[in-house]
Design a protein around this ligand. Structure first.
Ligand code: CP3
Length: 384
């Protein structure tokens, strides 16, 4: 796994955040086209990977899932690494994303949660008061070390075993993606207690009133502390890139995004970048937020499929790399339709450096694996 920063160059988060000069200067010798694209450097062809590439649509994952709960898989470095590797190799993609979950940091913060079948994550005692936020712990992030251990295993696997691709022999090295949630999206799970439609409790706490005005800033600060430490563990373990998931930030107006989410998110992203890795910042339904999201300084912005890629990228002044943005449900379309949608995205990207092909959101259960493989083959057949 190529990385610009030697371990000794990894600065303490606080120092790095204060010191603009520690800004990462990438080496031109990255052996991964995925990492090169994150840095808007030229590549031989567009790199491709898929959000939720290891998931319930894949029989290999379901076979493991039959014997283990989701949290067991996440917390067992051996199994998490195996699931990560199997998905990346089965699909022949350019990057592996570590198998983990957004909500894992809740446990060392002292907030219990569980995954309920067909419902998703559930927090039984959601956060609603300043007192509860004060009780959240920020000093136990090292308990998340099992994710870093899994990354080490995946990184070692891909470092010692060059990829063999049947169609296009390819010496390129796989990118290793670590990830964490963004403060807004994680706060929304803490406060709502699960998925939400209108984010009423989250926004009530965010807007604040009286004594509760301190609650949101304190929650943001605590989340940033834990998430930056979590990301640092992943980088030190071998993650080449960190993706920050702000999946539900599209619930905010641009004004509220700027007022309540931009500063803590920028802080988190800058702390991660100071570790020497590029950051992908991803959200859904974000067309109107993209200019503000760009101000976080993320190297790559994830685009959902509701925004044409060319329009979004032009609007960003081509000043960041972009990732996306096929509708995940297009994977259910007839072959010719799917092929046309993929071709459209490649044409919109126009071979500019800095496009990573992906979906606009995660692969859903029931997606035909053959359709995913068809997309990979099409991308690989399209050289710049
Ligand atoms: O290859 C991969 O991307 C898998 C690794 C991964 C998981 N969760 C495992 C998982 C990743 C990157 C995540 C991130 C995650 N977790 C997000 C952000 C991604 C996004 O879609 O925007 C979010 C919002 C969560 C929280 C979460 N975890 C939800 C809402 C759910 C239930 C919804 C669903 O898809 O079922 C989960 C469960 C979960 N996390 C599954 C997987 C593979 C599916 C459930 C299972 O296997 O039992």
């Amino acid at each position: 796994m190529a990385k610009a920063a030697a371990p000794s160059a990894v600065a303490a988060p606080e120092a790095a955040a204060d010191d603009g000069s520690s800004r990462f200067e990438p080496s031109p010798t990255f052996s991964s086209r995925f990492v090169r694209a994150c840095l808007r450097r030229p590549v031989d062809r567009t790199p491709v990977w898929f959000l939720r590439q290891a998931g319930r649509y894949m029989p290999e994952y379901m076979a493991v899932r039959k014997h283990h709960s989701l949290l067991e898989i996440c917390r067992s470095p051996e199994i998490a690494a195996e699931v990560t590797i199997t998905a990346a190799e089965r699909l022949g993609v350019d990057a592996a994303i570590i198998f983990a979950d957004l909500l894992l940091p809740f446990t060392p913060m002292g907030l219990d949660f569980e995954f309920v079948a067909n419902e998703g994550p559930v927090v039984r005692s959601p956060i609603r008061t300043l007192e509860q936020v004060r009780a959240l712990r920020t000093d136990r992030a090292e308990e998340l070390g099992y994710v870093a251990r899994a990354i080490e295993k995946v990184a070692a696997h891909f470092a010692t075993r060059p990829r063999t691709e049947t169609l296009h022999p390819d010496p390129d090295q796989l990118g290793m993606i670590g990830f964490c949630g963004a403060p807004f999206t994680l706060a929304s799970y803490m406060i709502e207690g699960g998925s939400s439609r209108n984010y009423i409790e989250t926004k009530k706490l965010m807007y604040g009133a009286g004594a509760e005005r301190q609650t949101w800033p304190l929650l943001m600060e605590k989340l940033v502390t834990v998430l930056a430490a979590f990301a640092q563990q992943q980088v030190e373990a071998g993650a080449d890139v960190i993706q920050v998931f702000d999946s539900w930030v599209g619930a905010l107006s641009p004004t509220d995004y700027r007022e309540y989410a931009l500063a803590p998110t920028t802080e988190l992203i800058q702390r991660i970048r100071a570790l020497g890795v590029p950051v992908i910042y991803f959200g859904v339904d974000t067309a109107s937020l993209l200019p503000a999201m760009r101000e976080t300084g993320a190297d790559v912005l994830g685009l959902d499929w509701r925004t044409p890629l060319d329009l979004a990228w032009h609007g960003l002044g081509y000043a960041t790399a972009v990732q996306g943005n096929l509708d995940p449900i297009a994977l259910f379309a007839p072959e010719a339709v799917l092929q046309a949608r993929v071709a459209e995205i490649l044409a919109q990207a126009g071979g500019r450096p800095g496009h990573i092909f992906n979906l606009g959101h995660g692969i859903v259960p029931g997606t035909p694996v053959e359709a995913v493989l068809q997309v990979v083959a099409q991308i690989k057949g399209h050289s710049h």
